[in-house]
Write a protein of this length. Structure first.
Length: 95
């Protein structure tokens, strides 16, 4: 089952989502700031390669379990590494 969060469900959702996105971005930056640049590049290269090959298993291991995916201008948000990997597998180009 895919968990989809729809920002139109709550009239205050825009503010909540902005706060959540801000917190997540700050957390991601802090979590990755201790990695040397070459390690960051290696992880990014591995992610891009897995994305284009639709390697769902690798994508799921590269994402945090509580990862959140948004793709403006679409209103849906996807929560969780496996849900995001499944989305890439079924809805994104590549493969």
């Amino acid at each position: 089952m895919v968990t989809i969060l729809n920002e139109t469900a709550d009239p205050n959702a825009e503010r909540y989502w902005a706060d959540l996105e801000s917190a997540l971005m700050a957390s991601a930056i802090a979590a990755n700031s201790n990695l040397p640049p070459e390690r960051q590049k290696a992880l990014l290269d591995k992610y891009v390669d897995a994305f284009w090959r639709k390697d769902v298993a690798t994508l799921a291991t590269l994402l945090a379990e509580d990862a959140l995916w948004e793709m403006p201008p679409f209103a849906n948000w996807y929560l969780g590494a496996q849900n995001i990997a499944n989305l890439v597998d079924t809805q994104c180009p590549g493969g």
